[in-house]
Design a protein around this ligand. Structure first.
Ligand code: COA
Length: 160
């Protein structure tokens, strides 16, 4: 069984992430989406809220497992015995950072490899923080995030 890990802050998950997951689903039998509290970022949704949203989005997809993990991804990988990481590339500018992370992860665990998928070009400029910024300005988000996420953003913002 071919398994892989797709980790990120997903604060919130966007159509760009979903595009990567859908592409990866045709190559892997099971994908663990791992929601990580990135300590260098101020959280908007709690980790549990992000997990609940992703769970709703993939309710009909048995190949998806949603979890959280605190610590190095390499430790999650060893714990689960899954040695493939999925990452998305949006533009050339992502490459240096991704290259560094992939090599560092492999340095930490020689078995751990990273597989890259190119995002659909319509999502090259997308990021979770841009989505949050647009939501604060009440912009139309229908191209960028699913309806469930639009509703959750509105709900969260309306409660300060
Ligand atoms: N479509 C749309 N947006 C995308 C995207 C895509 N395909 N791919 C990435 N993005 C966005 C993300 O939403 C994120 O936006 P934000 O900065 O506004 O939050 C931004 O691009 C950066 O994404 P990413 O590099 O995946 O950051 P992240 O915070 O989501 O995830 C981790 C980073 C969690 C994977 C990384 O920090 C990690 O591995 N942490 C665990 C600790 C560890 O092992 N560290 C050692 C690493 S060598």
């Amino acid at each position: 069984m071919k398994k892989a890990i797709y980790a990120g802050s997903f604060d919130p998950i966007t159509n760009g992430h979903i595009d990567i997951i859908q592409r990866a689903l045709s190559f892997f039998d099971e994908i663990n989406i791992v929601v990580i509290q990135n300590i260098s970022k101020k959280a908007f949704f709690t980790v549990q809220e992000r997990i609940n949203l992703i769970t709703k989005l993939f309710a009909n997809e048995p190949k998806i497992i949603i979890e959280t993990f605190d610590g190095l991804l390499v430790n999650y990988s060893k714990q689960k015995n899954i040695y493939t990481l999925i990452r998305g590339l949006r533009a050339v500018s992502d490459f240096d950072y991704e290259f560094q992370m992939a090599l560092m992860n492999r340095k930490l665990s020689n078995k751990l490899d990273t597989v890259f998928f190119m995002t659909d070009e319509k999502f090259t400029y997308l990021s979770s923080s841009l989505v949050r910024e647009l939501a604060r300005s009440e912009a139309d988000l229908s191209e960028f995030v699913p309806e469930i996420i639009q509703d959750a953003l509105r709900e969260k913002l309306s409660h300060g």
